[in-house]
Design a protein around this ligand. Sequence first.
Ligand SMILES: [Zn+2]
Length: 403
Amino acid sequence: MSEEVQERCRRDFAFKVTSLCLDFFDRSLPGKGKPVKGREWTVFSAFIREDSESYKLEVVAAGTGTKSLGITELDTEGGLVHDSHAEVVARRALIRHLISEINNDSDVFETVPTSSGLRRLISERFKFHLFTTHPPCGEASEVATSASVSSDVGEEPANKRPRLSEGPQRSPALAPDGVKIYVPPEKIVSGGSFPLRLKPGKGDPTRSLSCSDKILKWRHLGLQGSLLASLLTSEIRLSSVTICGLQTSPKLLYNTLNKTAFQCPDVDVLVSDNRDFTFAKKADRRPSPLSISYSRLSALHQTDVSLEGRKQGCIKKHLGTRKAMVKVCRKLMAREFVDLTKRMSVPEQVSSALANNEGIRYKDLKSLSPWYNEGKMKFCKSLNWPRRDPETYDNFILEEINK
Ligand SMILES: [Zn+2]
């Protein structure tokens, strides 16, 4: 295939993904949680599953949102969603979709006998793509800004940002192809192989890393997360990222999202300008405080709306209880994972850890996949990735969910 034809195919694919996702937002997502028309903006992200046999593309998970909790609002019981940026919410919703697919023995997974028991492998037939209506916050957003095509998400004055670490770069940084990008030092939190950035956001300073950095992590470690990794033989790859509303070459964004901590496949980066998102950021609009999550769970289409990491509209007496939790919080997702393991044959390591789930702690569930943890250690070490303290934030007991 000539380069020109290849380029046309990629452009067609980006247009198709954009139309599919924006139609999905307009027609399939319920109105609850969407921004107020003409007055509010948000970011919308979706995961698309591609079946390479039927060429079918389907939205299987989605999220909206631009907010993250500040340091003083973080939750040690797993009931709040700390990071409600659209890409992150969509990824959490995707994990719920994947749990449901394993539970329903869908064609997406193949069962593989291993020395430690049955594990799953994503079928080569299926690929997963990410769509988003704004360049991911952090470096991709800065790169897009430097190319004069867009503005950063939720940018705010430098004195509002936390000064966790000033990092090594105080002067303009260089994009991989040599373009100068000004990186405010307050955003840099790590001095590994390359700088990492905190999320932009108003109010209480956040500790969440930017979506550009999180995508980098998904590229290296897979989309499935640590819990699901214990049931799989290997990671679930992200194949491409399509960003809509950009009239530029995706090369700069490609270089940004394909930086490497260690050898791992590249993710394709596509841009599209065939459709506009109704709730895109504009100067006269304020960010919507709400976040929607959507997961396709077999025939069920499940949505949840959150505000400040908890269910929208929950009353004060429900704070800290299940009634205040949205389905994509760590506690409920971990519970779904544990329930799944009870209904299927799982590797010995997982079944023995869960044999008595009275008092099982979230941090213990996160350590059940040797290949994932090995990769994560290597990744975190090479990038000096700031990790939250598991003894503080991952030490909650899952049985408490039923109270
Ligand atoms: Zn973001």
